[in-house]
Design a protein around this ligand. Structure first.
Ligand code: SF4
Length: 371
């Protein structure tokens, strides 16, 4: 990458400060939260509310006062993606991970709070600054087939991205396409082929090549391996890791599978019911998880039991730490995890006030009144 900057480990590239997203309870938005909406895959447009560049909603008018005003998908989430690191974002389906990703990518505007790139608030960027931001922060989708146009050859897709960002033309563009394919482990001949001619793993490589085309600094990878076979998952994770070393990329790596996050993340943020409930360095979080929900997630990771036999794939301590019931909406005044919490210290106080996200040791922060 010719213009890739040298970055120190503490540089913050992409940052969310107390971002919330409330979806009005109108028919237009019903069913949007937790699902995969068509709009999220499209660039911001004038027809879709909440795209960057549009007039901002009145933050006071849109501040929620409970479930009657709409569905809270994300609630006061603060996180940062630092230069050269991988921040893992984990949680169950519907907890707000993908909405957080869309907010960070500028595909939606937060109801309150702000997103900054290199310290600059997206709301106050000029058109030229927004163009640079969109080039610098790219997305890798979960579904490697659905995210590729079946009627376009791989070369045509990459050509389009290079043209949109005005990065190369003519022979230089063809050379760059071959370079991108080589970066993701595909031959130059792949450029002439269509998506259906590739396996799932190869398609995800094409998706990664497309994300790399504008020479981004940050890649938001939304469940990039969850649709792939386990053996292919490992190959794609290794590829992402190699690309990070080679190009100095930063990743926001979204997954529901803690075992996958453990392989790639430097730091991990755990989300529940739209809020961050714990955030720590990956090694610290996996060795010393503090929040009952994080412990429940870890307990749910299958472990090979040394004795084998019935129940041998249950995680250590699974029964003790497992969460009870279904995911709550977290719409009450207290702890969003109250209804499912198996912590012996849980009491009525937990249901009266929202626990703050507080520092415990170093950068280890947790949202629980009893820890
Ligand atoms: S605040 Fe109470 S209910 Fe919430 S996680 Fe902690 S112990 Fe459980």
């Amino acid at each position: 990458m010719s213009d890739m900057v040298q970055r120190s480990g503490s540089d913050v590239l992409l940052e969310a400060e107390k971002i919330s997203r409330l979806y009005p309870s109108s028919a237009r938005w019903r069913g949007a939260v937790g699902g995969r909406r068509r709009e999220a895959r499209s660039p911001p447009s004038e027809e879709r509310p909440g795209a960057i560049g549009e007039e901002l909603p009145d933050a006071r008018a849109s501040t929620h006062r409970g479930a009657e005003r709409g569905v809270r998908a994300v609630e006061e989430v603060s996180l940062e993606v630092r230069a050269g690191e991988t921040l893992g974002l984990v949680g169950e389906s519907g907890c707000g991970k993908s909405t957080t990703a869309r907010l960070l990518l500028g595909l939606e505007v937060p109801t309150s709070g702000c997103v900054r790139f290199r310290g600059q608030d997206l709301r106050f960027m000029s058109q030229e600054e927004l163009r640079r931001f969109r080039r610098s922060v790219q997305l890798v989708f979960q579904d490697p087939f659905g995210s590729l146009n079946p009627r376009q050859t791989v070369g045509s897709m990459l050509r389009e991205v290079l043209s949109v960002h005005r990065l190369a033309t003519g022979e230089a563009r063809e050379k760059r396409i071959a370079e991108l394919l080589a970066l993701v482990g595909l031959s130059a001949e792949a450029a002439a082929r269509y998506p259906h001619e590739f396996s799932g793993g190869q398609r995800q490589r094409i998706g990664i090549a497309r994300a790399l085309a504008p020479e981004p600094e940050v890649i938001v990878a939304d469940e990039p391996v969850s649709a792939l076979d386990v053996s292919i998952q490992a190959q794609v994770l290794n590829l992402l890791s190699d690309l990070q070393d080679q190009l100095g990329l930063s990743y926001l790596f979204i997954a529901h599978d803690l075992a996958v996050v453990r392989q790639v993340a430097d730091r991990v943020a755990v989300m529940y019911a739209g809020r961050i409930v714990e955030i720590a360095a990956a090694a610290e979080l996996f060795e010393r998880p503090l929040h009952p929900y994080t412990r429940a997630l870890l307990a749910a990771v299958p472990q090979p039991h040394p004795r084998g036999g019935e129940g041998s794939w249950l995680g250590e301590g699974a029964r003790r730490d497992s969460a009870r019931g279904a995911v709550s909406t977290g719409s009450g005044p207290g702890c969003p995890y109250y209804e499912r919490c198996g912590q012996p210290e849980r009491d009525a106080a937990c249901n009266r006030r929202l626990p703050p996200l507080e520092e415990r040791e170093g950068e280890h922060r947790v949202r629980c009144l009893k820890i």
